[in-house]
Design a protein around this ligand. Structure first.
Ligand SMILES: NC(=O)c1ccc[n+]([C@@H]2O[C@H](COP(=O)([O-])OP(=O)(O)OC[C@H]3O[C@@H](n4cnc5c(N)ncnc54)[C@H](O)[C@@H]3O)[C@@H](O)[C@H]2O)c1
Length: 424
């Protein structure tokens, strides 16, 4: 039997990874996007986003003829499986906006081949599969929910090495077709109903965000009353019920998924008049944590923020990506700018337009700065030339929000490193 052909609608961080990885697995894949410039770039073998390993897969896919890109909805007419990888940004209420999904379905539904499986990979509010069925209004196509768990910065690895593949559908045959696309990959298979599949995605992100809020609270406790958060997290992480990942304090969680997904789950509960204090508090705690970070910056700058000069290393919301959506670094920069503190920022790949800060080389950003704040855990910062940092800074002080600089190594150059929850 020939392999199912795949159409991926939306070639952003998720869709492009999905398209390149399925082509790498030997499937014929077409990536469909409304953004003509993006499709031109992709067709020429250039990735519009930074993601380790993506360029290689893109080139290999195009050269093998298994991967192509288009703006034409005609591509829907030949695909056996259609993945919807479209944005679902939050509305002001926190509820995810599914209007892009709706307009795309309405745009492409006529072209769909009879018997095709339409698969939602976007993160969507619970029950969206019913909306999708209504918008499609086609008895001869089958709906599947297949949420995506990849992490930007290791998206290719995560897609090709999933912990689990979740497939939710009321149509068993369609579920098996979608599940079969992952046959060459490891991980558990979880077959369930579409609503449970949608909830698994929200539950995973809400749990992880809650874990981060918790560990950031531990860091704040250590900053206030003493103790070493690294010893504490090691002490609890050895308990297999807790597990040792996601136990590192940071500047507060952000990115394109956690804030929107936690807000989306909380908004869903509110609309059902359901109290979900744990989920709500994870958000509140994260907000408090940003306040704590600003307090720490104020303390280590050692003078009024107005007119002070802060160097910030890291703009992306995490290392390994150019994605700055809801980046903690931007939140911090915004708060500093609001107090007329001058921020000079550096990032190996991420760029931001606007006048929140001046962007420059990582060492130039340190020139005469009152404080260096490390907001993103890039290796370029981890392996920084500390002698040069010491020579450039106005005050020899680093606030390492990611805990990546050795205070002993820094001390050799006369630098003092403060990290969240660590004694100094
Ligand atoms: N980014 C992540 O790490 C991640 C991880 C898991 C799940 N998700 C979810 O996946 C979904 C997509 O996220 P993303 O980060 O890839 O978004 P993105 O903004 O990077 O990409 C979306 C793409 O869809 C295209 N698009 C918009 N309307 C279209 C239309 N009508 N037809 C064709 N293409 C259209 C855009 O041009 C863009 O290229 C979201 O629901 C998100 O929550 C994201």
């Amino acid at each position: 039997m020939s392999k199912p052909s795949i159409l991926v609608v939306g070639t952003g961080y998720v869709g492009l990874t999905c398209a390149a990885c399925f082509a790498n697995q030997g499937f014929k894949v077409t990536g469909l996007d409304i953004d003509e410039a993006k499709v031109d770039l992709l067709s020429s073998g250039t990735s519009p986003i930074f993601e380790p390993g993506l360029d290689e897969l893109l080139t290999a896919g195009l050269e093998s003829g298994l991967l192509e890109f288009t703006t034409s909805s005609e591509a829907a007419s030949t695909a056996d499986v259609v993945f919807l990888c479209l944005p679902t940004p939050p509305l002001p209420t926190g509820t995810p906006d599914i209007s892009i999904l709706r307009s795309a379905i309405v745009q492409y539904r006529e072209s769909l081949k009879s018997g095709a499986a339409v698969v939602t990979k976007s993160t969507v509010p619970l029950g969206t599969s019913k909306d999708v069925a209504a918008w499609l209004d086609r008895d001869d196509v089958h709906l599947v929910s297949n949420p995506e768990f990849l992490r930007e910065g290791s998206a290719i690895h995560d897609f090709l090495n999933p912990d689990r593949v979740v497939v939710g559908s009321l149509n068993h045959d369609a579920a098996l077709v979608v599940q079969s696309l992952y046959d060459g990959l490891p991980g558990e298979r979880i077959l369930c109903d579409p609503l449970s599949a949608e909830l698994i995605k929200y539950a995973a992100n809400a749990f992880l965000a809650t874990k981060l809020s918790f560990v950031n609270e531990l860091a704040r406790i250590c900053d206030e009353v003493g103790g070493d958060v690294d010893a504490v997290t090691h002490g609890i992480g050895t308990d297999h019920r807790i597990a040792d990942s996601f136990l590192t304090p940071g500047p507060g969680w952000g990115g394109s998924c956690f804030p929107k997904d936690v807000a989306g789950l909380a908004a869903l509960a509110r609309s059902s008049r359901l109290r979900v204090p744990v989920i709500e508090s994870a958000v509140e705690s994260n907000r408090d944590h940003f306040d704590h970070v600003i307090t720490q910056i104020r303390k280590h700058v050692g003078k009024p923020l107005q007119g002070a000069n802060v160097a910030m290393w890291g703009i992306a919301f995490k290392a390994g990506t150019d994605d700055t959506r809801s980046s903690p670094a931007l939140d911090i920069a915004e708060r500093l700018a609001a107090e007329q503190c001058q921020v000079r920022a550096a990032d190996p790949v991420a760029k931001v337009d606007g006048n929140l800060f001046t962007q420059m080389d990582m060492y130039d950003a340190c020139d005469a700065a009152d404080l260096l704040v490390i907001a993103t855990e890039w290796n370029e910062f981890r392996d920084a030339d500390l002698a040069q940092v010491a020579a450039r800074l106005g005050q020899p002080t680093i606030l390492d929000l990611r805990g990546i600089i050795s205070s002993e190594a820094a001390a050799e150059h006369g630098l003092t490193v403060h990290a969240l929850g660590r004694p100094h």
